[in-house]
Design a protein around this ligand. Structure first.
Ligand code: C5P
Length: 232
């Protein structure tokens, strides 16, 4: 798996995201478009960013009945995104339907990864509200295994879990990991962070980096530093 840095473009308008992307004259970063930007600007923002030569991870975290997810994924596949995702909690029937919907007539498709338990869910809320009583890390690994068995390509997880995910699901199962900060950077609201160098050592395949790049005084310099530290 080729390692890469994905820049989380957490902006609320096309104008803001283009002002940011215009700074990148040479290497065009792989970008993550999340719900905020997609809901504000619609599918056209995906087409426009794609037309500028960026790879796109469309982070919409689908979770619905299999038929609805299959049809929605067919639309996203037509947008020519490179990576998209679903909640593993939708179960393997939904994940398999998502794969079917994503697969284009020529057999190609974007990478499909699963969200396991959100990092905002803790052991207490999982037990009290979801009635899941197993330890959180076991739940995450079980969801990852189910995603792999359904045919998905990988999961979103912490860099700290990447090694265990690879042990459980195989080396080629992709780990996409947020929660990355430079050694001399501000953690902000992220609780468990690792540096790009550490994420590489821990076996992450893709790191998702937002504010350390988007809010940097020189975003291109911060991106290049991130690539150098993570990809080498
Ligand atoms: O700015 P920052 O580097 O913290 O951005 C991280 C990105 O990764 C954000 O888009 C955030 O929503 C996303 N993410 C995360 N933790 C997860 C899943 C996604 O930080 N568990």
């Amino acid at each position: 798996m080729g390692k890469d840095v994905i820049v989380a473009c957490d902006f609320s308008s096309a104008e803001q995201v283009f002002t940011f992307l215009d700074k990148f004259k040479e290497r065009k970063p792989f970008v993550k478009i999340g719900m905020e930007l997609y809901y504000a600007e619609g599918p056209e923002i995906v087409r426009q960013i794609k037309a500028r030569g960026h790879k796109i991870f469309l982070d919409l975290k689908l979770h619905d009945i299999p038929n609805t997810v299959k049809k929605a994924m067919a639309v996203l596949s037509g947008l020519d995104v490179d990576m998209c995702n679903v909640h593993a909690a939708g179960t393997s029937a939904m994940m398999k339907a998502a794969l079917e919907g994503l697969t284009r007539p020529d057999g190609s498709r974007p990478l499909l990864i699963a969200v396991t338990q959100l990092t905002s869910t803790d052991q207490e809320s999982m037990e009290k509200e979801l009635l899941i009583e197993k330890p959180l890390d076991q739940v995450v690994m079980s969801y990852a295994r189910t995603a792999m068995e359904a045919g998905l390509d990988g999961v979103v997880c912490s860099p700290l879990e990447a090694g265990k995910v690879h042990e459980t699901c195989g080396e080629s199962f992709v780990t996409v990991t947020p929660g990355v900060r430079f050694a001399d950077g501000d953690a902000g609201d992220q609780k468990r962070v690792t540096t790009p160098v550490k994420a590489r050592e821990l076996g992450s395949d893709y790191i998702v980096v937002g504010r350390p790049i988007t809010a940097a005084a020189d975003p291109v310099e911060a991106y290049n530093r991130c690539v150098k530290e993570f990809v080498g």
